[in-house]
Design a protein around this ligand. Structure first.
Ligand SMILES: Nc1ncnc2c1ncn2[C@@H]1O[C@H](COP(=O)(O)OP(=O)(O)OP(=O)(O)O)[C@@H](O)[C@H]1O
Length: 595
């Protein structure tokens, strides 16, 4: 009983019925209303078929057919018509359910994608987020509408039980409460195991993700080369099978336990059922119950027993679907920390376009140590600034802060006098174009690959071609039969794969295209050959067209012509100056240059 109480409490706490129904209503009030009306109509028709059948039997019992042919014919016709109506309504209702279910699933899928876009980049460096996302994506498939179907199933079973209950009570009032009592253990068992299965799956999301990751490695195109070169296939497959095997073992154990408990409760329930049957038969022997009653009892009681079981199944499915749906709501409850300010009044030209980093400290969420300390750096408008330093010094982290993927723990980044946190985040981000170390190779046309650099403006083919020229990508694009309309990469049919350096040129073209004020190149020329790199930096100021640039590179030849070079040591800026001054200083920069 304590356990049951606990489950009932849990059942209530874990239900998100209101939220789910609101969501379904919100998607299409019209569709929801029509579906609901048909569900109701289906139930009414079902009752109608039962009633017309009863009417027919009553006419048969009360007056033999020979004396009442017209009455019986009309009863048969009525029963037939209602049965046809019931069949039609049922089919239309199933179609509407399917239609609405598809619409709901589509909507949830879109919402999940929409919501993930709105979340901070920081989420993508947190494994817990990937667990939430995986569960939400799984919970979003079929679950929302399954809740509605479970409600329908429950409603229908209650209606049926209502009609059967009336007959049972007329035989003996104790039958209905007894029936509820028999099914209660089954319901508790099912709810209990639904919860256990859900918690088990939740606990193993990490393992599941690891298996998916290994599967992607084994079957994916980006890892195919290395896996073959190092003969890693079997090793990864063993790891994959190990995890899958453990998951399967746990799953089978869960099914085994559930089957045992379900078996016991079925035996107990069936024994109880026969005990009641015996009670009724003894009633006949004692003259308390009529033979008619036992006949009705033997027909209705087993049927109502299976309806009760259906009800228990419906309730446990409702609970289970709701439980999985809670993961979708858990994702929707995640909110971005880097809020977009309402301030959109930044006027270009009226204020300084210098980017200034001031007294900045930063540590990653959940990390205890700072990775950036006391950073001061200035990127005056129109100038090229170099940033160099050893691996792990914090250069890419500083770029993430400049792109406002994170906010500083202390200090600030400002444009002119304005702290960037006061600016609308999208407006601010449009001022920066960046080529990350791990830039994206979009398997789209060459044209689109560049256009993505300024997707909100109308396409300007001349500027796309100019950006490609400036980045050194135009030559190879012009050699393709479809030129800028050529699909790049090997994922899609007719795609042309290009070299890593050529992908990098395309990413630079993407950064050049558009109207940003600052272009950030984080190791953006690492795969370019020496000639291509030289050509890129010849007349770079002209190519930038008055924009500023922050260039990070381990190749100091790239950095030399920067107006100012900052050198990062462990977490800090340790020196800055022009190439010549830094060489004269004979510090870290000089050591890096000479090495
Ligand atoms: N998401 C993260 N969470 C916690 N620590 C991180 C994260 N990303 C980077 N770090 C840590 O921050 C420090 C700086 O890393 P960062 O990538 O900024 O260095 P870098 O100067 O760009 O190095 P490289 O020249 O190798 O690209 C490193 O110690 C790294 O371990």
């Amino acid at each position: 009983m304590i356990n049951l109480k606990f489950k009932v409490k849990n059942l209530y706490q874990n239900l998100h019925l209101k939220k789910t129904l609101q969501l379904i209503w919100q998607i299409s009030p019209m569709q929801a209303t029509v579906s609901l009306l048909f569900l109701l109509l289906e139930n009414i028709c079902w009752i109608g078929t039962m009633y017309t059948l009863k009417l027919l039997i009553d006419r048969l019992v009360n007056r033999p057919a020979v004396n009442n042919a017209a009455g019986i014919t009309s009863a048969i016709l009525l029963a037939g018509c209602v049965a046809i109506l019931y069949g039609c309504v049922k089919s239309i209702s199933a179609f509407l359910n399917e239609k609405q279910s598809a619409a709901v699933n589509n909507y949830i899928d879109k919402q999940i994608h929409q919501h993930t876009i709105s979340l901070d980049y920081g989420c993508y460096e947190d494994p817990a987020y990937f667990d939430v996302l995986k569960r939400a994506r799984e919970g979003g498939i079929d679950r929302p509408y399954a809740v509605v179907l479970s409600l329908h199933e429950i409603g229908k079973n209650i209606t049926m039980l209502g009609s059967m209950g009336y007959i049972l009570i007329s035989i003996d009032w104790i039958l209905l409460p007894l029936l509820c009592l028999f099914v209660a253990p089954l319901l508790v068992v099912r709810l209990n195991f639904s919860e256990k299965l859900y918690l088990w799956q939740r606990k193993h999301t990490g393992m599941d993700r690891e298996a998916s990751y290994l599967s992607t490695l084994i079957t994916g195109d980006s890892s195919a080369k290395e896996i073959r070169s190092f003969s890693l296939g079997q090793h990864l497959l063993n790891k994959y099978c190990g995890i899958k095997g453990t998951l399967l073992e746990h799953q089978v154990e869960h099914s085994r336990q559930r089957t045992i408990v379900e078996l016991i409760s079925t035996v107990v329930t069936t024994v109880a059922f026969f005990a009641v049957t015996a009670y009724i038969i003894f009633g006949i022997m004692n003259g308390k119950t009529s033979v008619g009653d036992i006949a009705v009892f033997l027909v209705v009681f087993p049927q109502s027993f299976s309806v009760m079981q259906g009800l228990a199944g419906g309730i446990s499915r409702l609970y289970q679907n709701n439980r999985y749906l809670s993961d979708v709501f858990a994702l929707f409850d995640l909110k971005p920390v880097i809020e977009s300010s309402v301030f959109t009044g930044f006027k270009e030209g009226k204020e300084s376009n210098d980017f200034v980093v001031e007294n900045l400290y930063f540590k990653y969420p959940h990390a205890s140590d700072y990775v950036l300390e006391n950073i001061h750096l200035s990127i005056p408008a129109g100038q090229i600034i170099g940033l160099v330093g050893l691996n792990g010094a914090g250069k890419s982290t500083l770029i993430k802060l400049l792109c406002r993927l994170y906010d500083p723990v202390e200090g600030m980044i400002r444009i002119g006098d304005k702290d960037i946190r006061e600016l609308n985040i999208n407006e601010y981000r449009s001022k920066i174009s960046v080529v990350f170390q791990d830039f994206v190779k979009y398997n789209l046309t060459a044209n689109e690959n560049i256009r993505l650099g300024n997707i909100h403006a109308p396409t300007n083919t001349a500027e796309i071609k100019k950006a490609a020229e400036d980045a050194g990508a135009a030559n190879y694009i012009n050699n393709f039969p479809d030129q800028y309309d050529t699909i790049l990469g090997r994922i899609f049919e007719n795609g042309h794969e290009i070299s890593v350096g050529q992908w990098q040129k395309l990413a630079i073209a993407r950064a050049f295209y558009g109207k940003s004020q600052l272009i950030i190149l984080d190791e953006a020329t690492s795969s370019l050959d020496a000639i291509a790199e030289h050509e890129l930096f010849v007349n770079i100021k002209q190519k930038l067209g008055g924009r500023s640039a922050l260039v990070i590179s381990h190749r100091l030849s790239t950095i030399q012509q920067a107006d100012l070079i900052y050198v990062m040591g462990d977490k800090k800026i340790i020196e800055y100056g022009t190439h010549e001054i830094l060489l004269q200083n004979n510090g870290t920069y000089a050591a890096l240059y000479k090495s």
